[in-house]
Write a protein that binds this ligand. Structure first.
Ligand SMILES: O=C(O)C(=O)C[C@]1(C(=O)O)C=C[C@@H](O)C=C1
Length: 309
């Protein structure tokens, strides 16, 4: 199971929780250096952060999920295994950031702060109030930012990281927590998705809160597809992202003739299956040209289930 590493990330916590849903103790957790490398990893399972209470969609995840719109069905290279993967589960992980620094560092000495851009954004109010002069340095993950402090040549401790307290169990002798709870609100969650290859692996065992109303995810190539889709289903959420420049002019990115001019956009639409006649609706969605099904969440883990892991 591939996740955004190194050890100590929120992604690792999500991966452990997802792995516990499988009656298979042989699932290895594989840390990857970036969200894009998680997405393209050939593992049977990958774990991706989708959205956060305070900061909204995780753009690197959205761009990777939507990149399927550029992949022709016959693709045989890097994208073959990503095409065969489907979303099977989600969870909402409580997110509580700590300001962490090398032991002995004082708050007033801190000149720069590293973290994943999501964590920096979620802590913007704290940073402007307590560390207004510090420069912000985006890192590929919260734990990578914390680990980078250890190899910092500057031993006077002028830098800090925002990350999960979990990092302290890995580096108790080197790091210390200067402040707990830097995010703007207590009820801060990041939703993670589990994608599973449609071969080999068994399905997850249902959670105790087994979701009798799964939700379904679709990638849409342009805005004109929103109208037919929204006329047949109940949308729960719609994320939009700029359509990337087309790397392969032989494959349409869906925008040449759409008249969207300067701002071509792709959409990730999540729909509920509680709408009447859901089966028909789902078939209707799949048959639309420019719509790709990305999978369904079968059961969401509750905070209580996460707490006992
Ligand atoms: O950097 C991490 O620890 C991650 O797991 C990534 C990530 C994200 O991409 O949103 C996950 C949860 C938090 O919102 C901050 C960062």
């Amino acid at each position: 199971m591939a996740y955004l590493g190194p050890r100590g990330t929120y992604g690792e916590q999500a991966a452990r929780a997802f792995a516990s849903r499988y009656n298979d103790s042989s699932i290895d957790l594989i840390p990857c250096p970036s969200i894009s490398e998680v997405y393209s990893h050939p593992a049977d399972f990958v774990v991706l952060p989708l959205e956060n209470t305070l900061q909204g969609g995780v753009v690197e995840t959205l761009d990777n999920l939507l990149s399927i719109l550029l992949t022709p069905p016959s693709e045989s290279s890097r994208d073959a295994h990503t095409r065969r993967r489907k979303i099977v589960m989600d969870l909402a992980l409580p997110i509580r950031h700590c300001l962490v620094a090398k032991k002995g560092t004082k708050l007033e000495d801190i000149r720069w702060i590293r973290s994943h851009e999501q964590a920096l954004g979620q802590s913007a109010q704290f940073l402007s109030r307590h560390l207004p002069a510090a420069s912000l340095q985006p890192y590929p993950s919260t734990a990578r930012a914390a680990v980078s402090l250890l190899s910092e040549a500057d031993s006077s401790g002028r830098g800090a990281a925002l990350c999960s307290k979990a990092i302290m169990s890995l580096y108790p002798a080197e790091l210390e927590v200067l402040f707990e709870g830097t995010q703007a609100i207590e009820n801060n969650f990041t939703r993670f998705l589990l994608l599973q290859r449609d071969t080999h692996a068994p399905p997850p065992t249902p959670t105790s809160s087994h979701n009798s109303h799964p939700t379904h995810f679709y990638a849409l190539r342009n805005a004109s597809l929103l109208a037919p889709v929204l006329s047949v289903v109940k949308p729960i959420e719609i994320h939009s992202r700029p359509c990337p420049p087309n790397p392969n002019p032989h494959i349409s990115n869906g925008h040449k003739d759409e008249g969207e001019g300067l701002f071509p956009t792709w959409y990730l639409v999540e729909i509920s299956s509680v709408a009447q006649g859901e089966e028909d609706n789902d078939d209707g969605m799949r048959s639309l040209d420019g719509v790709v099904c990305l999978g369904s969440t079968a059961g969401r883990m509750t905070p209580e289930e996460l707490a006992v892991l």
